[in-house]
Design a protein. Structure first.
Ligand SMILES: [Zn+2]
Length: 45
């Protein structure tokens, strides 16, 4: 019996949604997750 848990993690720092608030965004029709700490980095560069 396989149990699948979809772990949402920040793409930048790999922290899970248990540790940091994660924001879902779309880029080139793909789903991505970034935490609020890394979000400024995403915006600026
Ligand atoms: Zn992060």
């Amino acid at each position: 019996m396989a149990i699948f848990i979809s772990m949402k993690k920040c793409e930048n720092c790999q922290r899970s949604e248990d540790e940091v608030p994660l924001i879902k965004y779309y880029h080139r029709q793909d789903k991505h997750y970034i935490c609020t700490r890394c979000l400024p980095m995403l915006i600026h560069g």
